[in-house]
Write a protein of this length. Structure first.
Length: 200
């Protein structure tokens, strides 16, 4: 048999339960706000040296945002100081960014991350950027199975591929960025920094 409870006792119990829920939700809200504040404070201090805030390199000011280095509309995974030691990989002289302005640019890449790095940054300069397959008369020797256009070194063509030795080389309209897989994004950034005049 159920115990009879008066309306007053029932109202008091309901108010107590509501108060308990309000207090618990308030605590959760306060802890959440403190967590976000603490995360923001820790996030800005976890990086050290040149990986924190802004820094100037060769007269160019870079901002670090969530691990990416931003220069105007350009976004890089590596800051220029971290890839400047790759300058020895550059063979000869590279065409500057002005050669890509108001012209279509084509990219062939064996590495997805390096492709994205080149695609997003060259897209800020070129008329448009498009995937392409190297023709037989380029030294890329690619076997493309996708339905993409075939391009030659008569076009602005960036070819990124795996190799044992690191190299960045201009051959007419073709730029060859070659190296071990773990270095291809850095090499791509070094190429971009070179054509933008950030790295001399």
């Amino acid at each position: 048999m159920r115990k009879l409870v008066s309306h007053e006792e029932r109202d008091k119990k309901r108010q107590r339960n509501q108060m308990f829920v309000v207090v618990v939700l308030g605590i959760i809200l306060v802890l959440s706000i403190m967590g976000f504040a603490l995360q923001g404070a820790l996030g800005s201090n976890t990086n050290s040296g040149s990986n924190q805030g802004t820094f100037t390199y060769n007269g160019f000011q870079f901002t670090n945002n969530n691990g990416f280095w931003i220069l105007g509309n350009f976004v890089f995974q590596n800051n220029p100081a971290n890839v400047s030691n790759l300058s020895s990989a550059v063979v000869g002289i590279l065409n500057g960014a002005q050669n890509y302005q108001n012209q279509p640019a084509y990219i062939y890449s064996e590495d997805a991350a390096a492709r994205v790095e080149a695609y997003s940054n060259i897209g800020n300069i070129a008329l448009r950027v498009q995937d392409a397959c190297p023709s037989q008369n380029t030294s890329a020797g690619a076997n493309c199975t996708e339905n993409i256009p075939i391009k030659t070194c008569a076009d602005n063509f960036i070819i990124i591929r795996y190799a044992n030795m690191s190299m960045i080389k201009q051959d007419n309209g073709c730029v060859y960025i070659e190296g071990p897989q773990q270095d291809l994004v850095k090499l791509t950034d070094e190429f971009l920094y070179k054509i933008l005049g950030v790295n001399k």
